[in-house]
Design a protein around this ligand. Structure first.
Ligand code: IPE
Ligand code: IPE
Ligand code: MG
Length: 234
């Protein structure tokens, strides 16, 4: 059988706060190192011919964190938008931001649009950054769109109205930081994703951790409801 390698990998980048706490640093220091980890992992994924990487950066529920952490995360996003777009260009990364734009400041929204526009012709790897994203929000916005357009609600129509319709469903979802839950990430899209949970805190996630997840994926049998015998008849 051919070796299984994922076309689309999604990651719940969790554990920044604990990483900082272990070092007696403020939580935002962990988030800063989390941005460095993301830059590293985008490069590693491109080297491994992964076509789409979707990461969870800020959930609909993360607004409930202390005000200074929320504003620190917004500043970090603004800083990354200002600093990293040129590098994305150089590396052939097409970036898209997935999530509710309402509730974000006008300057951040403008930065998101500009980064998307600037990298729109890049083809080496697609990077989706889920920011102010929730799986339930996504299903509701898709359903509302279908209703507004007078379309019937079918699985196909709903899938194509989701905010990730441009890149299809993830093959592999990795969550770092040791928790074994989805926390409202890609709920619909995760229907047949393989799941991999890593105890590694996100700022420490490196090539060996990524390769451990890819090796685990390689050993999975994706049955999509069928029997094993149907997949590989003797
Ligand atoms: C993930 O790290 C980043 C965001 C949710 C923004 P956390 O900040 O959740 O880190 P832990 O889970 O507290 O360690
Ligand atoms: C999920 O992590 C969201 C992101 C990584 C952006 P959380 O740390 O917010 O998840 P819970 O609260 O532990 O479920
Ligand atoms: Mg967390």
């Amino acid at each position: 059988m051919d070796k299984l390698s994922p076309r689309h990998v999604a990651i719940v980048m969790d554990g920044n706060g604990r990483w900082a706490k272990q070092r007696f640093l403020p939580r935002i220091a962990g988030h800063k190192r989390g941005v460095d980890a993301l830059k590293r992992v985008v490069r590693l994924c491109a080297q491994r011919d992964i076509q789409v990487l979707t990461v969870f950066a800020f959930s609909s529920e993360n607004w409930n964190r202390p005000q200074d952490e929320v504003s620190g995360l917004m500043e970090l996003l603004a800083l990354a938008l200002a600093r990293e777009v040129a590098q994305l260009q150089k590396e052939g990364v097409r970036i898209r931001f997935v999530g509710e734009r309402q509730g974000l400041s006008a300057s951040i929204t403008k930065g998101l649009d500009e980064a998307e526009r600037a990298t729109a012709a890049n083809t080496r790897i697609e990077l989706n950054v889920c920011f102010n994203y929730g799986g339930r929000w996504d299903v509701v916005q898709a359903a509302r769109r279908l209703v507004a357009d007078g379309q019937a609600i079918t699985e196909e129509a709903l899938s194509s109205a989701l905010s990730t319709a441009h890149c299809g469903d993830p093959d592999l979802i990795i969550r770092t930081g040791g928790e074994m839950r989805l926390s409202n990430f890609l709920l619909w899209q995760a229907a047949y994703a393989e799941l991999f949970f890593s105890p590694c805190l996100w700022p420490d996630f490196d090539a060996a951790d990524l390769d451990a997840a890819l090796a685990a994926y390689e050993g999975r049998e994706r049955r999509f409801g069928k029997t094993s015998e149907q997949l590989s008849p003797e």
